[in-house]
Each structure stands twice: as structure tokens, then as C-alpha cells.
Design a protein around this ligand. Structure first.
Ligand code: SAM
Length: 196
């Protein structure tokens, strides 16, 4: 039972691209109400549900309040783009480093499509600074964006930092929305899915 249906998007992406592994340290940006964190907790075993697997960490951040969740540590009422938040994350993460940064962040939509697009792109670009501060070499970043004129610029920026970047549109994402995701960095694609 997920706190909202966006959980299915992360499940779909992770089933295909194997982003999250037991023992991984994950930062979930824009985590409220918490469905992505619920998925991450299961996949990195941060609640220790499977004692035979490594136990990871999940830290969720949001401007809004996030109700507590077993296996996750939440920074409610925090701005992901603020350098002070980056410092807090460094202190909370084991060795100050994350294996994966997830971002399903979105600004409050104004209804002006291009303005909202540009705002979200700017937020995504700020994730590059966060990555520099906390992401392990070889780590990966999954971030939501709204498609539009600056998407290519974001993709180029991500490519220059991470090497590989793929644009994704999960089936669980509404067909009529401009919502997309970039998956940047190394991900272990299972051979089963390679031909798809
Ligand atoms: N992935 C979440 C889930 O599965 O429950 C849903 C995320 S919701 C689509 C987007 C969230 O991004 C909102 O809760 C919003 O408050 C948050 N957000 C927007 N700007 C933010 C910022 N600068 N820092 C932190 N959170 C932000």
C-alpha cells in the first residue's frame, strides 16, 4: 500500500534498470507524501526486513511535512536546493556519501507550461550541486522533469557529469502529461530487459 500512486513509477523504472540494491544509501528529493521512500526502503533493505541482505539507508527531504516511515529518515520542511540541506545530508549519510539520488520534485504548477518547465529544470540543475556534495563516484541520479525547450540542455549537463543519460517515460506516468525522467549514471540493466 503506497502513500500515492507515484510509487508505481519508481517500481517500474527500478524493475527495468536495477537502480536500487540492498545496502545502498539513497537520498529521495521531494519525498512527500513518501511513496518513493516506501519503495526505496524495500529495495535497499533499510528497515532490515531481510536479515541476510545488506542494510541500506533512505533519507527523504521535502518542503512539506513527511509522515514517519520505518526504515527512512526524513528531513521535513527542508529545501533540497539549500546548501544548508546539503550539509545536513552529509552528516546523516554513512561516510557522507549516497549511492543514488532520486528526485520526483516538482514546483507548484502555475499553469503556465513553459514557466513551470523552466522552474523544474532549474531545480534539476541544482541536483548537480547536490551530487557533487554527496554522490559517490559511479553513483546514479534519477530526476523528474517536465519536457520542453530546456530539456536538452539539462540532458547535456547531466551527460557531461555522469557520462550516460537516458530519458524515460514510465507507463505508469500519464500519457497526456509532459512528465519525464532522466536516469543518469551507471545502472545495472538486467540482460532480460536489454533487448527492450
Ligand atoms: N515522490 C513522492 C512520493 O512518491 O510520495 C511525490 C513527490 S511530489 C510529486 C513533489 C514534491 O516535491 C512535493 O511534495 C513538493 O513539496 C516537493 N518539493 C518541491 N520543491 C522542493 C524543494 N525545493 N525542496 C524539497 N522538496 C521540494
Amino acid at each position: 500500500n503506497f502513500r500515492c500512486r507515484s510509487g508505481f513509477k519508481l517500481i517500474e523504472i527500478d524493475d527495468k534498470f536495477r537502480l536500487l540494491h540492498a545496502g545502498d544509501n539513497v537520498v529521495d528529493c521531494g519525498a512527500a507524501p513518501g511513496a518513493w521512500s516506501q519503495v526505496a526502503v524495500q529495495r535497499v533493505n533499510s528497515a532490515g526486513t531481510d536479515p541476510d541482505l545488506l542494510r541500506g539507508t533512505v533519507i527523504g527531504i521535502d518542503l512539506q511535512h513527511i509522515a514517519s516511515l520505518d526504515g527512512a529518515n526524513f528531513l521535513s520542511c527542508h529545501d533540497v536546493t539549500a546548501p544548508s540541506t546539503h550539509k545536513k545530508l552529509q552528516n546523516l549519510l554513512p561516510n557522507g556519501q549516497a549511492d543514488v539520488i532520486l528526485s520526483d520534485m516538482a514546483p507548484n504548477a502555475s499553469g503556465f507550461r513553459e514557466m513551470d518547465h523552466e522552474k523544474l529544470i532549474t531545480m534539476c540543475l541544482s541536483l548537480l550541486e547536490l551530487s557533487e556534495a554527496i554522490l559517490k563516484p559511479g553513483g546514479s541520479l534519477l530526476c523528474k522533469y517536465w519536457d520542453g525547450i530546456y530539456a536538452q540542455r539539462l540532458q547535456e549537463k547531466l551527460s557531461s557529469v555522469f557520462g550516460s543519460v537516458r530519458p524515460l517515460k514510465p507507463n505508469a506516468s500519464r500519457k497526456d502529461s509532459s512528465e519525464r525522467y532522466f536516469l543518469a549514471g551507471t545502472s545495472k540493466i538486467s540482460t532480460r530487459n536489454k533487448e527492450q
